[in-house]
Design a protein around this ligand. Structure first.
Ligand code: MN
Length: 327
């Protein structure tokens, strides 16, 4: 890998609250305010949004704007294939809402179809709903299910229209690979708000779930060791960091804040230790919503986390350039 590349994905059509599409610019504002040179000269690519759909009627109430989300999956995955294969860069994705992380996972898998992909999902929520189980219809609660290729019909509560079913199927099967990941190659960190149909799937597939209280009691080093051990059979690892994994004291500007989360220090420790693994090939920060915040606090914390994470990735890239591999 020769460099870092930032993919800016301002899509916010998967969220129920408006404003996460402004999160990336709030992070950039935070960087400028701190006098940071981080965004100066860094490779970047903007992904075109489908956010104008927000002015139209909801055609698919159990998977709102899923037609647009499918197009976002296509754009994100194409850009990731380009970033890995053509440019040989490490992609850091800044995204509006978390729905598009399914497109990130699709893109990694499409770039490396032979390689087994592991996912570390750091989030207050499990995001493992489907159109059949969602209480809200917001697709940012569904990317994990899409990546696992699951419907969870055992817990079906919604009468989903055929049109929605077709689009959901397309989402799961994008790139002609379904599923993108296996349940044993997924690990949750910090989840503390899962609904009954989600808990059902976590139990059914024995998905590894490191609770928030365990992060605090065991410490980040032990959590990272367990995470990497759980994913030891994977070739590639993707880390998805939803800022609502943090405590609302540090992430007041996010759509679905939940009490008792990570501190900024815990988040940085976790991410830095994880990113030292050569298997980690992609990192995403998502769900910063400055319209819900005061004094841009969440974007400032997200930027501190981004800068710290990027430092570890740059260290890995430089070590390789100098001809030795970081342990
Ligand atoms: Mn999330």
């Amino acid at each position: 890998m020769v460099d870092i590349k930032i993919l800016e994905n301002r899509s916010e059509i998967g969220a129920g609250t408006r404003g996460s599409g402004l999160g990336i610019d709030a992070i950039k504002t935070a960087a400028l305010k701190r006098g940071s040179k981080f965004f100066r000269g860094v490779k970047r690519k903007k992904i075109k949004t489908e956010n104008s759909l927000l002015y139209s009627e909801v055609a698919n109430p159990y998977a709102k704007y899923i037609d647009g989300i499918l197009r976002i999956y296509q754009k994100v995955s194409a850009e990731l294939i380009n970033t890995f294969k053509k440019e040989d860069c490490f992609p850091i994705i800044l995204s509006g809402d978390h729905s598009s992380a399914g497109g990130t996972i699709a893109g990694i898998k499409m770039a490396f179809p032979e390689k087994r992909l592991g996912v570390v999902w750091i989030d207050a929520h499990a995001d493992i709903h489907s159109p059949y189980t969602t209480p809200s219809g917001n697709v940012h609660g569904m990317p994990v299910c899409a990546s696992l290729g699951l419907d969870n019909l055992d817990k079906r509560i919604n009468a989903v229209k055929p049109e929605t079913e077709k689009l959901w199927d397309d989402l799961k099967k994008i790139g002609g690979i379904c599923p993108k990941i296996l349940p044993e190659d997924l690990i949750y960190i910090g989840v503390r708000s899962a609904e009954e149909p989600e808990e059902f799937l976590i139990d059914k597939y024995k998905i590894k779930d490191i609770w928030m209280k365990d992060v605090t009691s065991r410490g980040t080093q032990s959590v990272v060791e367990e995470t990497l051990n759980t994913l030891k059979n994977c070739d590639n690892i993707y880390i998805s960091f939803d800022v609502d994994s943090m405590d609302p004291a540090y992430s007041s500007g996010t759509g679905t804040a939940v009490p008792f989360g990570l501190s900024v220090g815990q988040a940085i420790d976790l991410l830095r230790r994880l990113l030292e693994s050569e298997k980690v090939c992609c990192f995403e920060i998502t769900e910063v919503n400055p319209t819900l915040d005061s004094r841009n606090l969440t974007a400032e914390n997200a930027f501190i986390i981004l800068e710290s994470a990027a430092e570890v990735i740059k260290g890995r890239i430089n070590a390789k350039k100098e001809g030795f591999t970081a342990v």
